[in-house]
Design a protein around this ligand. Structure first.
Ligand code: GTP
Ligand code: MG
Length: 204
């Protein structure tokens, strides 16, 4: 997909701030510091549109980016960062779970895991929750540039096992990604384009 415009629109701290207008949304989800914002920037081929940081747990709002004036990317706060105060963790839970449960324009979630590490129980919980909610999603294992080909192959197999990926087409694969080399970019774009296009076909 050719991106002709990409703009940051708003940070939402509560539901009332979610954009109106019903344009389709693609959400980016994963552990704190896993590389969500970097994935967004590398997909768009820009630096610094989504804010990245070495400090986990920075993003505490839902950040909306409007692309081609046609659909949104939504950068969600990361989970599982222990040093975030409990009240913040709870408000994270509420922000993200209510978004995932209720948001009608959400057409695809990109679930990001770290290719170097075994997926955590929170990764598995999120996956099972997406499946239970019937939310279409794609699992992406990022930071693959930090591994050798052999390590990557082993880790992808382990991730599939831990996440109980069955290859049924509904989030049934784990795509290797790197924001540095842009490996996997085409696979992710294909999924995004399909989801956005399908949602914009006018009902006949
Ligand atoms: P929070 O918003 O704090 O939850 O973090 P995030 O998930 O948005 O992660 P972010 O994109 O800020 O990246 C965290 C760190 O990982 C940064 O130092 C990035 O430069 C680094 N990083 C992200 N993706 C990659 C990648 O594919 N390869 C490498 N080598 N580093 C990466
Ligand atoms: Mg971020």
């Amino acid at each position: 997909m050719k991106i002709t415009s990409a703009e940051f629109v708003l940070s939402a701290f509560d539901e009332g701030q979610w954009p109106r207008g019903g344009l389709p949304e693609v959400a980016f989800l994963g552990r704190s510091n896993v590389g969500k914002s970097s994935l967004i920037n590398s997909l768009l081929g820009v630096k610094g549109l989504a804010r990245t940081s070495g400090t986990p747990g920075r993003t505490q709002a839902l950040n909306f980016f409007l692309l081609n004036k046609r659909f949104y990317f939504v950068d969600l706060p990361g989970y599982g960062y222990a040093r975030v105060p409990r009240e913040v963790r709870e408000s994270w839970g509420q922000l993200v779970t209510s978004y995932l449960a209720k948001r009608e324009p959400l057409v695809l979630s990109i679930h990001i895991v770290d290719s170097r590490h075994e997926p955590t129980s929170l990764d598995l919980q999120l996956r099972e929750w997406l499946l239970a909610e019937g939310r279409p999603f794609l699992t992406v294992a990022t930071k693959s540039d930090k591994l050798s080909q052999n390590e990557l192959r082993r880790n992808l197999a382990r991730a599939r096992q831990v996440l109980r990926v069955v290859g049924d087409g509904s989030g049934g694969e784990v795509v290797a990604y790197s924001a540095v080399t842009r490996r996997g970019r085409e696979d992710v774009w294909r999924a995004v384009e399909e989801a956005v296009t399908a949602s914009q076909k006018s009902p006949s």
